[in-house]
Design a protein around this ligand. Structure first.
Ligand code: ADP
Ligand code: MG
Length: 574
């Protein structure tokens, strides 16, 4: 084949692939443009996960009538003009790629009115080609409407997740920018329902209240310090770290509540979460991650934002210094503001027993890793039901010691109880006969914008578990019944955790996750002292389950030390 330069349409499609990965990428680019235009009000609206419609309305400087077509040309930007400018980027955009990329993969309408124009102008494009241009009244600012995203790129469309997942990614983008720019009033409407509204009053705490709720906000501490260091390239380097970090008890199951803004750009970073978590070392429970909103301000030439088309990853010239600055600033905030409180000695989560050891104990190779209950067929030589066991006592407040016909048994009390609860929840759900407990006064459940997007799609299925939940508007839900099995637990925390887990992934195993969550949350903890009666009852319940040998995560509930092995160890045999 001969070499030739690609036509414009093909070039645009290729480039669009890097900039516009999913609806949330479009929202990110449009919100960044609105912020670059100095907007104090930014409204985002989406329908159908953003595939049907994305609309971003701002009150920024607008685009001059003579430049509206140019804005959709590749590499056309008002933000930089020379290579030197790349070293000193003060705007969020600079590549001049967003609008042409979005134009290449969707139908776009731009309505804008610039500062000095008498009237606004409306430009329509399909597949990047202008189909209409007409004068139209508008107050100062810009409205961009994007329809039929990826209609012409079916391959990309196939990669998108469910509408709820895409909506939740959009909600995350809006939430992050709301946290990054407390001085701008953000709103987000998902399928006609407003799910986020910030006041734009300028205080980070207000934005945190609007995004994460009052309960979380009331446990946040202020970070604000300038860390000075010496660097080879510039001598003194001042890194200013500000923001808010949560008290350790706010610890979350995932890293989704850690936000980083570098010179006011929302960035995803591999190292920064660790810097914050190091500051919390010894304060958080194992497996928990902090809530934090961290602003890092440093000279623009200390950070390269031009390493990724989506500009979401950045490269620091002095990465180590940035890491240390964040870690120190957060640690300072924690040590100076944290209420003195007894740090509970929390048991570490399960460590899967190495299978070789199990083999020794069980005389068979057992699946110790893996998620979900391991099927019985694959572990044929395990006892399919438990022998009659006599409880001897408790070891480390975590294991039940029992004697059986063939030896000594150690039962992990938490894993065992989890298994018992898991089976019970699963049975009730499968039979669609959950035991429910009505709440005398219906409880309200407040969720974040991101959780809200997922929640809507879950309501119906939650009924099978015994949760009767109704939307009450404003990211608030009314909970009328809860499953009996979860009634005494902190089911609201459990539901929120589940929504967070679902936000990032596809929901094919949704029900199983939920079942495991309910099972785990209310289960007897390791570290809890049990009476003989309680131990006996737990062992008997475990005997009744379909798979008494593993917890729902596939870790063992019971291990055996055979009489023969014990005797051998004592040198009485062989
Ligand atoms: P970039 O942001 O990298 O410059 P874009 O393709 O996102 O590239 O936008 C191209 C240009 O269109 C911008 O440089 C800016 O001049 C103009 N523009 C885009 N969106 C807006 C907006 N909401 N308000 C004012 N100007 C805008
Ligand atoms: Mg831009």
């Amino acid at each position: 084949m001969t070499i030739k330069v690609l036509d414009k349409e093909t070039i645009n499609q290729i480039a669009a692939g890097e900039v516009v990965e999913r609806p949330a990428s479009v929202v990110k680019e449009l919100v960044e443009n609105a912020l670059d235009a100095g907007s104090s009000q930014i409204g985002v609206e989406i329908r159908g996960g953003g595939i049907q419609l994305i609309k971003v309305v701002d009150n920024g400087v607008g685009i001059p009538n003579s430049e509206v077509e140019l804005a959709f040309e590749r590499h056309a930007t008002s933000k930089i003009s020379s290579p030197q400018d790349l070293l000193n980027i003060g705007s969020l955009g600079f590549r001049g790629e967003a609008l042409p990329s979005i134009g290449a993969v969707a139908d776009v309408e731009l309505l804008t009115c610039a500062v000095d124009e008498k009237s606004g102008i409306c430009l329509s494009l399909e597949g990047g080609v202008v189909t209409q241009k007409k004068g139209q009244a508008r107050t100062r600012g810009t409205t961009i409407t994007v329809r039929n995203l990826f209609k012409r790129v079916p391959a990309r469309l196939k990669f998108l997740k469910s509408i709820a997942t895409e909506s939740s990614h959009v909600a995350n983008v809006a939430s992050q920018y709301a946290l990054a720019y407390p001085e701008a009033a953000f709103s987000l409407a998902v399928d006609g329902k407003e799910t986020l509204k910030t006041s734009g009053k300028g205080k980070l705490l207000d934005a945190i209240i609007d995004v994460y709720g009052v309960a979380t906000a009331s446990k946040m501490m202020t970070v604000d310090s300038t860390q000075q260091s010496w660097t080879a390239n510039r001598g003194t380097l001042d890194i200013h770290v500000s923001g808010m970090v949560g008290a350790p008890e706010l610890g979350r199951a995932g890293r989704g509540y850690l936000s980083f803004f570098v010179n006011r750009r929302w960035v995803s970073s591999r190292i920064l979460p660790y810097a914050v978590e190091e500051a919390y070392s010894g304060l958080l429970m194992t497996g928990r991650h902090p809530v934090a909103v961290v602003n890092i301000t440093l000279p623009p030439d200390e950070v390269d934002v031009n390493i990724h088309p989506a500009k979401s990853e950045v490269k620091f010239h002095n990465e180590g210094e940035v890491f240390r600055s964040v870690q120190r600033a957060v640690r300072q905030a924690l040590t100076s503001q944290m209420p003195v409180r007894q740090v509970e000695d929390v048991a570490a989560p399960y460590k899967a027993t190495p299978s070789s050891q199990l083999e020794q104990l069980w005389g068979t190779s057992a699946e110790s890793e893996g998620v979900g209950p391991s099927p019985k067929e694959s572990t044929p030589s395990l006892l399919t039901s438990l022998p009659v066991l006599r409880v001897v006592g408790q070891f480390m407040s975590a294991y039940i010691v029992a004697e059986g016909p063939e030896g000594l048994y150690l039962i992990d009390q938490h894993a065992a109880h989890e298994r018992v609860r898991f089976d019970r929840v699963r049975r009730q759900r499968e039979q669609k006969k959950p035991e429910v407990q009505g709440l005398l006064e219906s409880a309200t459940l407040e969720v974040t914008p991101r959780q809200d997007a997922i929640m809507k799609s879950c309501l119906e299925k939650l009924v099978d578990f015994g949760f009767n939940i109704e939307s009450f508007g404003d990211r608030t839900y009314l909970v009328r019944t809860v499953p009996v099995i979860a009634a005494g637990d902190d089911w609201s925390a459990m539901l929120k955790e589940l929504l967070d887990a679902l936000a990032g992934e596809e929901r094919s195993k949704w029900e199983e996750k939920m079942t495991a969550s309910i099972a785990c949350h209310g289960a007897i903890k390791s570290g809890q002292v049990l009476s003989e009666e309680e131990m006996g009852s737990l062992v008997r319940q475990l005997e009744q389950t379909d798979n008494p040998h593993t917890c729902p995560h596939g870790r063992p509930t019971i291990i055996k030390l055979s009489a023969a092995q014990i005797e051998r160890e004592f040198g009485r045999q062989g």
